[in-house]
Design a protein around this ligand. Structure first.
Ligand code: AMP
Ligand code: GLY
Length: 416
């Protein structure tokens, strides 16, 4: 089977690496890809915003399955157009992708179906938002409604900070905001594979969103992750499925908009039980890298089953008992403007130790690999215990020479 993979991050490198292990894979195409993905796929020039061009490419190249890595093409309805043309697609249509695309959509769905989440209020002008603020204590959480690449959330500790966040959001006039109660607890990510009816667990992970050691500094897309997250016990996982994921999947199916693909639930484990913080309509990055490291069965089979709606009859995902941990190496300047063009060396040596070095913002220049983005590499390793996985990942990191980069030295600290 020929497959087209869309995206260019370390997440997509991990997906390409795993897809390439399937005996059923024919040609793997990737767009835009990166030099790491090119080890497993032929890179092609397709703009995922050009739906007709994407369809034409798939028709010409006998592509049967399209795997959509990032959220933007999902929210833009690329999956809908590909499905209409008869292709199998891994990733939800535009309406169910609103679970990630609109925080208001998700909060309203939770309210209608009594899904546990932070108490909230929506507003679309500053006066309304200021009035809504009065119903909440401090800290209070203020979110822009749409896709914001992790930058749309402010946790305000004082009334002045809350006011400042609203001013910034409404600086250009109208905006949709969600104001939320602050949830206390530990955060964990849970993944479920679904075809709109059947739901199968696809592992757990914990991400490290802040740029600096000890969870300090600004938010990033994620500086490292590990799986499994032992804090999500089997009993809690059951509750997450029964109280959060299953009612969401059922509600969307009932509305005539079944969710197909991977559903990523960002959760807070509070004193009152697990509560939903947010949904993502795709794999997390870097969470995907640790999940792929632990996945034992054929990713292509699993993706096809979800896309074709026969997940219930298929072999469920199986994960190794080993732990996996990934350390993101980023270019100086990230999450602000990253320094581009820095030299990278030592990847082969790191992989000889048994680690996998998934590439994100890399490029080839004069035949050499260089940094070309914020997050550059995700150095990923497994071990019998989380501690062993952490040691293996950092032993590999130590072999990588990236003078214009940095990384966190404490990935996994919460669990260790
Ligand atoms: P989101 O984009 O909704 O995932 O929010 C980004 C981050 O903000 C989350 O990963 C949490 O760390 C934090 N956050 C969001 N909403 C809340 C909340 N209601 N209570 C506490 N922390 C939150
Ligand atoms: N690592 C967080 C995300 O992918 O949204």
């Amino acid at each position: 089977m020929n497959v087209l993979l869309l995206g260019s991050g370390a997440r997509e490198h991990a997906l390409a690496w795993k897809l390439a292990q399937s005996p059923k894979l024919g040609k793997l195409f990737a767009a835009p890809g990166n030099p790491g993905i090119a080890q497993h796929a032929r890179l092609v020039q397709i703009d995922p915003a050009d739906h007709r061009g994407t369809v034409d490419f798939c028709l010409k190249n006998s592509v049967e399955l399209i795997v959509i890595g990032p959220e933007a093409p999902l929210v833009d309805g690329l999956a809908d157009n590909l499905r209409t043309m008869g292709f199998c697609v891994f990733g939800p249509n535009k309406v169910p992708a609103q679970l990630e695309g609109s925080k208001g959509f998700t909060k309203d769905l939770c309210a209608r179906h009594k899904i546990p989440t932070a108490r909230y209020s929506k507003a679309s002008d500053k006066l309304g938002a200021e009035a809504a603020l009065e119903d909440f204590g401090l800290p209070v959480v203020i979110k822009a409604d749409g896709l914001a690449a992790g930058k749309g959330v402010v946790i305000a500790q004082t009334p002045e900070e809350a006011q400042g966040a609203l001013e910034a959001l409404f600086a250009r006039g109208k905006a949709d905001v969600v104001i939320e109660e602050f949830l206390e607890g530990e955060e964990v990510s849970f993944f479920a594979l679904t075809d709109g009816t059947a739901i199968v667990p696809f592992g757990s992970a914990q991400d490290h969103k802040r740029v600096g050691d000890g969870d300090t500094g600004p938010n990033t897309g994620g500086m490292g992750a590990y799986s499994p997250a032992s804090i999500l016990t089997a009993e809690l996982e059951r509750r997450v499925i029964d109280e959060i994921v299953a009612p969401t999947v059922r509600a969307l199916a009932k509305q005539g908009h079944p969710y197909s693909g991977i559903l990523y639930a960002g959760l807070m484990l509070t004193a009152d039980g697990p509560k939903l913080i947010e949904y993502n309509a795709r794999f997390g990055d870097p969470e995907c890298q640790v999940l792929m490291m632990r996945l034992e069965n054929d990713l292509l089979d699993l993706m096809c089953s979800a896309a074709k709606g026969n997940l219930a009859e298929s072999e469920p995902p199986r994960f190794s008992d080993e732990a996996a941990l990934t350390v993101v190496m980023a270019a100086n300047g990230y999450p602000g403007t990253p320094e581009r063009g820095g030299a990278l060396a030592g990847i082969e040596e790191a992989e000889q130790l048994g680690a996998r070095v998934f590439q994100a913002g890399t490029a080839e220049s004069d035949g050499k690999l260089v940094a070309d983005g914020g997050r550059v590499l995700a150095v990923t390793a497994s071990g019998k215990t989380l501690k062993a996985a952490q040691e293996a990942a950092y032993a590999a990191v130590d072999l990588i020479d990236f003078p214009t980069g940095f990384y966190r030295r404490d990935i996994g600290w919460r669990a260790l």
